[in-house]
Design a protein around this ligand. Sequence first.
Ligand code: CA
Length: 237
Amino acid sequence: MAGEHILVVEDEPAVARGLLYGLKNEGFVTYWAENGQAALDIAHDKDVQLILLDIRLPDISGFDVCRQLRAEGKRQPIIMLTASDDEVDKVLGLELGADDYVVKPYSLREVISRIRAMLRRAYGELATGAEPEKLSFGNIVIDVNRLQVQRNDQPINLTPTEFRLLRYLVSNPDRPISRDTLIEMVWGYGSDIGDDRTIDVHIRHLREKLEDDPTNPRWLLTVRGFGYKFRPDIAKS
Ligand code: CA
């Protein structure tokens, strides 16, 4: 379970309820907007990682909501919920800035797997935009765009898997992250990796490469019986 915040914009209460229920079941935190203005308000006020956006709304259309958010520089992934293939053409043709679309009627499972794929693309790998280009802690600097890590100004050779794992942990500071979530974020939804020990091995390698004392880690901490968490710098002396 990931805990990302998802905004559902859907004016039909029964449809909205089904989506909200399914998303909560998957561990997401949800917001619901039943019209376009409410969607904009929530997108402005709340920390939302992804928006599910119905096109036909009672006030402003989903197209306009999408266009306005992009014009304001909002970069969260937006998945449009479309009622027909005609609308799909518009989503694709108008360059609104939507990232994906799902045609109604859709299955909840399909929507959730699209959401996970989108979150992974936006936040798990080469995120751009809202994310800083460089993340740093202690003597470590992570160059997100160039996929490089330096320790004491010297390049560290991480495998792509180690890089994704590190990047995900560092992007979620002070948050215990389960092994299942890490597997999903690093290898993808429905991946066959599925072995907790695989994560443990990669964490060990990361500690060996990054920690001054790998057996007594300062940053990459074990959360017993659950997973791991990244602890950012504490008080500097
Ligand atoms: Ca609608």
